[in-house]
Design a binder for this molecule. Structure first.
Ligand SMILES: Nc1ncnc2c1ncn2[C@@H]1O[C@H](COP(=O)(O)OP(=O)(O)O)[C@@H](O)[C@H]1O
Ligand code: SF4
Ligand SMILES: [Mg+2]
Length: 366
């Protein structure tokens, strides 16, 4: 049987700040198969980047991986020294970030930086390095690559810089490419071109890709499978088409309803998710989504749901799930998505408004 290229088990990363312990990533487990394209989505602040940084040993103080196992091609990355990890970063696992300018050195030519990425690891034979730089730029579709390779980063547009970063990332033929919001800073047309490029490169090179984004539409453009994160946890995962068709976690359902869909019925209203993600220092008891969930039941306030199979290849962490919300709470037709609106559950001692991140005026004047 094919082994996963990456197997993350029960990963937790916390930040030990003056205000308290920020539990940014908690108990995250997932696998990536060779050549697979996996998306990680969720609102800003839900732990996507910290998860990626944890994989590569890039979490800075006051942050620390407090628990877990990160098996990459049979070895636990958390057990490696910094030196050993440095060898894996950029050689076997490459990472590209939202802002290529901050990752490129402004005073060095693009070609030199791509060559350096190869020289830093001895995976590519020395005699191949110089012509491979041009080939890579061609592969990421930088026009006139033989000349542009001598440019400095500021001579490249934002989209071209991101292409150069992807070329650098691919230079050592990695098994895994982690792209953290790689298109967020780009306009929509360039965004689509970069996604198409990543899709083609995935097919050509066979490198697995983890694409991190807050935008579910972008996931649909590239990934076969998606992990949905909320407040530091994976709350749902499954094949992209299936998750789009039949999300089972209310958070995924809400995310999908807040994304414009090309194929959606024009009468559908775009609904935003009310409230804000919880404070990661002082998390809600039970399900972390309970302060915002229209479908919550009493159990959600006492027991954290366990992630379980909800369909073939699909898992979700929810005591209710959308199938039941459709059957019993009329989820298909609800227009009020405020906390507890569909289920009518407003726990004793709490008024509905107290669930929202913005406190009502009378509380403020207390
Ligand atoms: N240096 C830091 N110090 C304290 N908390 C941090 C730090 N970096 C990240 N965090 C916490 O981790 C959470 C997750 O961050 P991040 O993974 O960057 O979110 P995103 O999903 O937007 O990529 C943030 O909401 C923040 O509370
Ligand atoms: S129904 Fe309950 S368990 Fe499911 S997401 Fe809502 S609050 Fe969480
Ligand atoms: Mg991020």
């Amino acid at each position: 049987m094919t082994q996963p290229v990456l197997a993350v088990r029960d990963l937790s990363t916390h930040f030990f700040t003056d205000d308290g312990e920020v539990k940014a990533v908690r108990g995250v487990s997932f696998e990536v198969m060779p050549g697979e394209t996996v998306g990680i989505v969720g609102e800003s602040g839900c732990g996507k980047s910290v998860t990626a940084m944890s994989l590569l040993g890039l979490v800075q103080r006051p942050g620390k991986v407090v628990h877990g196992e990160i098996m990459f091609k049979g070895q636990d990355l958390l057990k490696l020294s910094n030196e050993e990890l440095r060898h894996i970063r950029g050689r076997d696992i490459a990472m590209i970030f939202q802002d290529p300018l901050s990752s490129l050195n402004p005073v060095l030519r693009i070609g030199f930086q791509i060559d350096e990425a190869m020289r830093a690891h001895d995976k590519i034979p020395k005699e191949d390095i110089s012509h491979r730089g041009i080939d890579l730029l061609k592969q990421v579709r930088v026009p006139d690559a033989a000349h542009r390779i001598k440019d400095f980063p500021h001579q490249f547009s934002g989209g071209m810089r991101q292409r150069a970063m992807i070329a650098m990332g691919l230079s050592n033929k990695p098994d895994l490419l982690i792209a953290d919001e790689p298109t967020t800073a780009l306009d929509v047309t360039v965004q689509a071109q970069i996604l198409e490029l990543l899709r083609d490169l995935n097919e050509q090179t066979g490198a697995a890709i983890i694409l991190i984004t807050h935008n579910l539409g972008i996931v649909a453009g590239l990934c076969k499978r998606v992990l949905v994160m909320y407040a530091g946890e994976i709350v749902e995962e499954g094949p992209v088409e299936q998750i789009f068709e039949s999300p089972q976690h209310p958070y995924t359902w809400s995310l999908l309803r807040s994304v414009p869909r090309i194929d959606s019925n024009r009468q559908d209203r775009l609904l935003s998710i009310e409230g804000l993600p919880p404070d990661l220092i002082d998390l809600p008891v039970g399900c972390k989504f309970n302060p915002r969930c229209p479908f919550r039941i009493e159990r959600c306030f006492s027991e954290p749901p366990v992630i379980e199979d909800v369909a073939h290849a699909q898992r979700a962490a929810c005591w209710v799930t959308m199938t039941r919300a459709y059957d019993e709470m009329g989820a298909a037709n609800i227009t009020d998505t405020s906390p507890g609106a569909a289920s009518g559950v407003h726990p004793q001692g709490r008024r509905p408004a107290a669930d929202l991140a913005v406190a009502p005026a009378e509380t403020l004047s207390d």
